[in-house]
Design a protein around this ligand. Structure first.
Ligand SMILES: Cc1cc2nc3c(=O)[nH]c(=O)nc-3n(C[C@H](O)[C@H](O)[C@H](O)COP(=O)(O)OP(=O)(O)OC[C@H]3O[C@@H](n4cnc5c(N)ncnc54)[C@H](O)[C@@H]3O)c2cc1C
Length: 297
């Protein structure tokens, strides 16, 4: 692999990293390097400087904070997969992280890097979109927060300005009566999904849906929420029929493109199947968690 020449910078504070981003307008943050370095090897990215954020304080750790988990941008996929707080309070993130690439990729890749890279087929942008996660962003002058649904703008494109960086993400915790599901069409285990779906549903004591979120990946330039399907679920008992009705809405709301992996028509058909599977898994988990709470109480 041949890399074009670049300056390597190893800041020790976030402010220093932000100053370096300003000083090198075509510089790039280096986190796990699992997407950036391959792109550089192919000559598709030629940053003049790499700003290595691996030594910055405040970008590590998973902390439960009120109703959400605050996850530092440098938290590795492997940590998401194994961390007890993530597994207990936001198990869908652990499930999603566990199917990313292979164990070597998961030990290096970071949640901040995956979100900033914004591959439309990647697992973490999809889950962040379905869960209604919020990204924490630092810039030279202001700090801001943005919902995942607004953050992803297009293929490898986000709302992040060149002088900004992601410092963390906040994901709502999953309480009793709520369940999440992930379904993916993959050629081989560990591959990027051809089509993927992530669902979250909440049920009341009578088993009616009080909240639903459904996001699809691999069907456009970024993950998308399917609000029409979500609206159809709220207020209803999540029977197989109801879930199928919602999944049918999905194919109508998407306009995927054909590529070497799948035709547009196949993608649309599989989006419906993945949506149904993700919703069914979410509904079953929500019902099971309600039953579990009742047994305990
Ligand atoms: C063999 C292989 C298989 C893979 N399979 C999958 C898969 O199945 N599913 C999947 O989702 N991903 C997969 N990936 C990608 C992997 O998840 C990457 O780890 C991830 O996309 C990027 O994270 P990173 O920390 O390595 O970021 P880097 O490669 O370091 O950076 C990626 C981009 O994000 C920017 N960036 C990084 N951190 C920040 C930050 N904090 N703020 C602002 N910008 C930032 C960088 O400047 C760069 O533009 C695979 C990678 C490999 C090499």
């Amino acid at each position: 692999m041949y890399l074009y020449p670049f300056t390597y910078c190893a800041p020790t504070t976030v402010d220093e990293a932000l100053a370096l981003l300003q000083a090198h307008p075509d510089g790039k943050i280096l986190a796990g390097g699992q997407s950036l370095i391959p792109l550089m090897g192919l000559g598709l990215a030629r940053p003049s400087a790499l700003i290595d954020v691996n030594n910055l304080p405040g970008l590590e750790g998973v902390v439960e904070d009120g109703g959400s988990l605050r996850i530092g941008a440098l938290v590795r996929h492997r940590t998401l997969e194994t961390d007890p707080a993530v597994r207990r309070r936001c198990p869908i993130l652990a499930e999603a992280a566990s199917v990313i690439g292979n164990i070597r990729v998961r030990h290096r890749g970071t949640i901040g890097g995956s979100l900033a890279h914004a591959d439309p087929a990647a697992e973490l942008p999809l889950v962040a979109t379905a869960m209604g996660a919020t990204l924490e962003i630092r810039g030279p002058r202001v700090s801001r927060e943005i919902g995942a649904e607004k953050f992803f703008l297009g293929y490898l494109q986000t709302d992040l300005a060149p002088v900004e960086m992601v410092t963390g993400i906040r994901v709502p915790v999953v309480n009793a009566g709520t369940g999440c599901g992930l379904a993916q069409l993959v050629r081989r285990a560990g591959d990027f999904a051809i089509v993927s779906a992530c669902a979250l549903v909440s049920l009341d004591d009578a088993g009616r849906c009080t909240h639903a979120a459904l996001a699809l990946g691999g069907v456009g330039s970024h993950p998308v929420r399917i609000h029409g399907a979500e609206a159809l679920l709220v207020g209803r008992a999540l029977t197989d029929r109801c879930i199928e009705d919602a999944a049918r809405v999905v194919s109508g709301e998407l306009d995927p493109e054909s590529d070497v992996h799948a035709s547009a028509a196949y993608r649309r058909a599989m989006a419906r199947v993945m949506a149904r599977r993700a919703l069914a898994a979410a509904a079953a988990r929500a019902a099971a968690s309600t039953a579990h709470e009742e047994e305990r109480g």
